[in-house]
Write a protein of this length. Sequence first.
Length: 417
Amino acid sequence: MTTESLAGRYVVRSALEPADVLGELYISFWIPAAILTAAFAIKLPTVVRLWRDPLLRAVGGLLLLACAVFVFAAPSTIAWTNRVTGVTNISAPWVYSLLTAFCGSCLLLIITWRNGPSERAADTRRAVRWVVGVYSGVIAVLWTLFALADAPVERLRDLDTYYATTPFMREQILLYLLAHTVAVLITSWLIWNWVRTDGLDAWLRWGLMFLGVGYALNLVFDAAKLTAVVARWTGHDADWLSTDLAPPVACLSAIVIALGFILPHAGQYLHERRLVRLAHRELRPLYQLLRSGESSGLPFVLRSTPELRLVRRETFIRDALLPLSRHIDEARRRRSYEAALALGFAPERAKALAAAVVVLDAVEHGRRAPEGEDGTGEVDSTDLLHDIGAMSRALRRPDEIEAVRARAAAPTESART
């Protein structure tokens, strides 16, 4: 076989190396850091406002630690930390400590979140103390092992595999990986058990599912790191698992976890805002009908919130209905209700159509009635003020209103004839 063919086979084999393929999937550590910062910024106002809530404090602390992990794990930050402190590879125990604290925060969050502040309070406090004690001890051991180790060569990307066989550094690397793996396993188990429970809010369920996927990806990170380290112990080379596979998996995991925390909050917020806007738009026909009277309507406010606009529109409608009720014919409302039932409408819809009919009549009557002229019958405005949404929806169907009007007027017209 010629040298050229051997070279060609080597080039083809090299092109298929996993490290080369995974190199194309590199994700900058600053991307998950930015996403986690955004998640923390979304949660921060609520955390500050409700600081006494242990669950919110746990969420804020976890997001802050997760963001710090990716900021200080970036190669440029590792080099800066080593240079500023003057200690070679001091970033290793620092990043490992942040990652270990993040693992403990994950456990604390899930324990507090699932059990709640009042349910099984004694068990929750006992579990919290256990987690804080164990992971604080792990962090102390990490720094002790680094102080005992000899790591003179700065490594920005491959420290785990480069020092995998170095005394004390070996134990330090193995300790942080085992602490991380145990925390991720327990957290994943708690999350997926929680997802399967009944009665969860839809947004919370989706958020938990994202968290479950994120922590499952963390297990892939741990498996890659541990496999590469064990391969070094046995004299093999699987460094690409640690340097090329684990970092993008960690970044993807952080992004999914951040989405898991953002989704319940943002989803519920957007859902509530959508309901407010729908309610505001739903009241538009009734609002415009009442504006057509003598009232000039609401003044325009440039920076009013959707909630404030809805409250002001509801207030305007109720304030306009109160004086209008003296022109309402209660007997006509009863006839209109019976007519709507006879036309096949459901009782609630018939009630709304009857109210819409008499309010339309009252608006017309109020425009042309002399001062002091009232409607007939004793008027109860409670239903009118309470069912303004249903009444406004009925006004969107003028054909149905006309049909009810015609049927309600038929007996009267027959009696007159």
